[in-house]
Design a protein around this ligand. Structure first.
Ligand SMILES: [Zn+2]
Length: 334
């Protein structure tokens, strides 16, 4: 770690609804941050315009920033940093890395949002003691970052490690991607809300139905609130969602033999409610459970700041390692 106060980079996290940016020190400390709404359409500059505003605002206060790291939702080509598509964002085919580095003159890296969050856990969280780590962000959807032999695994084009769409139950719920029984369709915040709606319809006198007023409006947050109040129905839904999560993790660990699994994202803030059933099915379904060390499943260290911190630290690490020269040339701009 470079703890020198004048080493810093800008980290940007592009989510489905918000774009957050921060100046982050080499030690992972947030020095200044900005938050803006993600544009609903690409008219009048759209996403790129908002990102450039964020950079300009942050650089006005910290002109010494040395690099920019971006974590973006959706499919991001590696190493070109060309964002292909994200289901919940308006941008399509945005060569973000090329544009940002041309506009700012700074070394820039653009990666998937779950990858940069995994990098924060690996470099600065409990995961720093391990060379093999899986980070899962369990929120509206499920994303993942795989650290294998102290490196992010991205596959040949950048879209490797889409753990949210491995199939855990082919006869299960339909996923946003069109497939059936993806981990994301069975174990995300949306899955929890959907199970809550069903439970509320089946028992209109339940705590869940009372919280929502309309059974179609039950959300994952309401299920959490009901579980916190001790509602047995809501608690059983956490068991169900945690069960599927544990199955997904079992397959991952059977395949990759990682040493630790860190769970972040909105649903991870429910802590043991989700993790206890996940650990239980994980131990049940992992290969050779009696003949191996069972890696721990822990709550991630970083909350909503994981994206900006991880993106900035990744940008600085690449600067230290001279990795920007090794990246393939950015595509020529029109
Ligand atoms: Zn899917």
């Amino acid at each position: 770690l470079n703890l020198s106060a004048d080493v810093c980079a800008i980290g940007i996290d592009i989510g489905g609804t918000k774009i957050s940016g921060a100046v982050v020190s080499g030690g992972g400390k947030i020095l200044r941050s900005v938050l803006k709404a993600a544009p609903a359409s690409e008219k009048e500059g759209g996403t790129l315009c908002v990102i450039l505003q964020v950079v300009t605002e942050l650089r006005a206060h910290y002109p010494m920033v040395q690099a920019i790291g971006v974590g973006a939702a959706g499919m991001v080509d590696w190493p070109s940093g060309h964002i292909r598509w994200a289901p919940n964002n308006s941008y399509r085919d945005l060569p973000l890395r090329a544009i940002l580095s041309a506009e700012t003159g700074l070394p820039t890296v653009v990666d998937n949002d779950a990858n940069v969050a995994a990098w924060a856990e690996f470099r600065l969280g409990q995961g720093r003691q391990y060379a093999y780590l899986t980070f899962l962000t369990v929120g509206t959807g499920i994303g993942a970052g795989l650290i294998l032999d102290s490196q992010l695994y991205r596959g040949p084009t950048g879209i490797g490690g889409e753990v949210g769409h491995i199939i855990v139950n082919p006869s299960g719920e339909r996923c946003g991607c069109g497939n059936f029984g993806c981990l994301e369709a069975m174990a995300s915040g949306v899955a929890l809300g959907r199970a809550g709606q069903k439970a509320a319809r089946e028992d209109p006198t339940s705590v869940l139905a009372a919280l929502a007023e309309n059974t179609d409006r039950v959300t994952g947050e309401m299920v959490y609130e009901a579980a916190r109040q001790g509602d047995p129905v809501a608690r059983s839904l956490f068991k169900q969602v945690g069960y599927w999560l544990g199955i997904g993790i079992a397959s991952l660990v059977t395949l990759l033999d990682v040493e630790i699994i860190a769970i972040g994202g909105g649903l991870s803030s429910t802590g043991e409610l989700l993790l206890v059933p996940a650990r239980s099915s994980f131990e049940q379904f992992i290969f050779a459970s009696k003949r191996r060390l069972i890696p721990p499943i822990i709550q991630a260290n970083f909350g909503r700041e994981a994206g900006v911190i991880g993106a900035a630290i990744l940008a600085l690490d690449m600067l230290n390692d001279n990795d920007y020269q090794r990246l393939s040339p950015a595509p020529v701009l029109r």
